[in-house]
Write a protein that binds this ligand. Structure first.
Ligand code: MLT
Length: 273
């Protein structure tokens, strides 16, 4: 796996695209773009980058501010994240691509599909939802943002894993718990606040689901408490051509918690395209 980095004057221009990514190798013909969740970075896709190397052209960008990229001024919107993604697809000549997004990455993929459907060859929505935040959800993000501004991001690495991960992962997959904690701990406050703002302000993409012209796969960790499998099934029910893959013994970070089962679903879907 190689890390493609192009440091550039991103601090000087907050609208410039963060161009760092992990790539498994350019062996396959089908571009597959893996979009990470919050507050992670492209490293969360390591199992899939390894598993699919040579089968497809698998690329995982770091979203703005994560994975050592510049967060700019932290005034991030979902539109800006999608602009970044499109610029990234253009720069690497990756469309049409299969967009695979987990949770926040799913929000980015869904909005990308709504804005420019021609860029998609397929859509994989993992542990995510198409609805915008509820008022309660927005208030929760505002509280988190305030805590980060007051005291930094340290509390996230303590508080998030028990909410995100399945009981099985917390009890018997210490390497996964450590990897999740490490990514959260590495996320800087400006990036975290920017992502919170982007998620709180995002629009609903539910109406678009019925218009989706490419095949979709909806993946859900069996024990995901944030976006449970029922929600995934409901979302899939709105999409003309969608299948559902439930990952056993996994919570909200299903690709890391049970990569074998996750990959089986993803591989089957990619082979069907
Ligand atoms: C994520 O995993 O990306 C988050 O749970 C998304 C969110 O907070 O809505």
């Amino acid at each position: 796996m190689s890390a493609g980095t192009r440091p550039e004057a991103r601090d000087a221009d907050p609208l410039a695209m963060p161009l760092r990514f992990l790539r498994a190798g350019t062996g396959g013909a089908l571009p597959v773009v893996l979009i990470h969740g919050f507050p992670f970075d492209a490293r969360m896709w390591r199992p899939q980058l390894e598993a699919f190397a040579g089968e497809h052209d698998v690329v995982a960008p770091h979203l703005r501010g994560f994975g050592g990229t510049s967060p700019g001024d932290g005034q991030t919107t979902m539109e800006l994240l999608v602009d970044d993604l499109f610029a990234f697809l253009d720069r690497l000549a990756l469309d049409p691509a299969v967009l695979v997004g987990l949770s926040m990455g799913g929000y980015v993929a869904l909005r990308a599909a709504e804005r420019e459907p021609r860029r998609l060859r397929g859509l994989v929505l993992c542990d995510t939802r198409s609805e915008a935040d509820s008022d309660e959800g927005r208030l929760g993000r505002a509280r988190t943002l305030r805590r980060v501004k007051e005291g930094g991001t340290g509390f996230l690495a303590e508080e998030m894993p028990p909410r995100l991960l399945s009981a099985r992962t917390l009890e018997s997959r210490p390497a996964v718990v450590a990897a999740v904690r490490e990514m959260i701990a590495d996320a800087g406050p400006t990036a975290v606040c920017g992502a919170l703002l982007a998620m709180a302000g995002r629009t609903s993409t539910t109406a678009m689901l019925a218009e989706l012209e490419v095949p979709a796969l909806v993946v859900a960790g069996e024990e995901d408490r944030l976006t449970p499998p029922e929600l995934g099934r409901e979302m899939a029910g709105r999409i003309p051509d969608a299948t559902v893959h439930v990952v056993p013994e996994a919570g909200h970070v299903s690709n890391l918690e049970n990569p074998e089962a996750f990959d089986r679903g993803l591989r089957g879907f990619l082979e069907s395209l």
